[in-house]
Design a protein around this ligand. Structure first.
Ligand code: AQP
Length: 331
């Protein structure tokens, strides 16, 4: 049975992008894989987080993921900082990865913007920590959105160089599992930017805890263009906002683009947006309600994460100790 690792940063409430790009896939994969799901709080602090907010968001995010269907008893679910193996292996990988490799990472460029000099060193070496997250468990499959494809490729470069430098065949090759639809959900305000939970504009995203009115309002206000919807998918070319909304609809309803355009093509965005809001509410309302229920008992959420951390550590510790021995560290 393949072992899966995937993580999400507790930097806010998970969005529809996180859901369609990653979380929904995680829930399905549980049926046939051994899964390790992690709230990556070490990654979160690569950009400053207010301490009380980080703690609250970690709990809220745990509740959202449990509400989505993550099974903490049948699989492993925990927060990253509770297992020291991640940071120890990441340091070794900081010494394996080459600066030239990190310089090519587009996520750093996107997140750093123009002010690269002012970013934390942590943000720059973020992909090395992600490689450590995966390889500390000898996981071989990583369900992620399309934005993380490059980081999974870098994980393989690091694993290969480690194996080569130390003359071993220790770290396995890993594969990204990228969903076929809505692998990259875009902002509702700008179809060229990905939907992000830390975007300053709440109108740019659907949060998994939004209620029906919030969803309807955000979809009504979502940016579009003045032309009617096209009759066939080729007409979505060059219309990033229209394509994004159609793709969200298809990802949730299971219909094809053509099927959706057969019904809504030729018309304005109004009726389509109403149908989109309805399909979103149908999928997300149960998640929001269950999240609220779980958040009434914070002690229970903390206990789930603590139990997961204990079991995660038991898997990662022997692997990371062996990596440390291979490097030549005395114990
Ligand atoms: N817009 C997206 N479309 C599809 N998948 C997405 N993912 C994120 N945004 C989209 C996938 O969600 C998983 C968890 O992501 P993350 O929280 O670790 O970091 P991120 O990719 O940086 O996501 P955000 O929402 O943009 O977070 P912030 O705002 O904190 O930087 C990953 O599998 C990712 O591919």
């Amino acid at each position: 049975m393949a072992r899966i690792f995937s993580g999400i940063q507790p930097t806010g409430i998970p969005t529809l992008g996180n859901y369609l790009g990653a979380i929904r896939n995680w829930v399905t994969l549980q049926a046939e894989h051994e899964c390790i799901f992690c709230l990556v709080d070490l990654h979160a602090i690569t950009q400053f987080q207010d301490p009380a907010t980080l703690a609250r968001q970690t709990r809220e995010q745990a509740a959202v993921l449990l509400a989505c269907g993550i099974d903490p008893a049948g699989h492993i679910f925990f927060n990253q900082s509770a297992v020291s193996a991640h940071a120890r292996l990441a340091w070794i990988f900081n010494c394996v990865a080459r600066l030239g490799w990190l310089n090519r990472m587009t996520q750093f460029k996107d997140k750093a913007g123009k002010d690269r000099e002012a970013q934390s060193a942590g943000l720059y070496v973020y992909p090395n920590l992600m490689a450590a997250d995966i390889l500390a468990y000898h996981a071989t499959q990583v369900p992620v959105g399309d934005d993380q494809r490059q980081h999974v490729e870098l994980t393989n470069d690091i694993a290969q160089k480690f194996n080569h430098d130390y003359g071993v065949d220790f770290f396995p090759e890993v594969a990204a599992l990228i969903p076929p639809t809505a692998a990259r959900v875009m902002s509702l305000r700008d179809g060229t930017k990905k939907m992000s939970k830390s975007d300053p504009s709440d109108q740019s995203r659907i949060n998994l805890t939004d209620d029906a009115d919030q969803i309807a309002l955000k979809i009504r206000r979502a940016k579009t263009d003045p032309k009617p919807l096209p009759a066939d998918p080729a007409g979505l070319e060059g219309r990033a906002e229209a394509r994004n909304l159609i793709d969200i609809y298809t990802a949730l309803s299971g219909e094809t683009r053509q099927g959706v355009l057969d019904r809504f093509g030729g018309g304005g965005f109004g009726p389509f947006k109403e149908a989109l809001a309805a399909v979103l509410v149908e999928h997300l309302a149960p998640i929001a309600a269950e999240t609220q229920r779980l958040l009434r008992d914070e002690t229970a959420i903390d206990a789930v994460l603590r139990d997961g951390a204990g079991r995660a550590g038991a898997v990662a510790e022997p692997i990371v100790r062996e990596a440390e021995r291979l490097v030549g560290f005395l114990r």
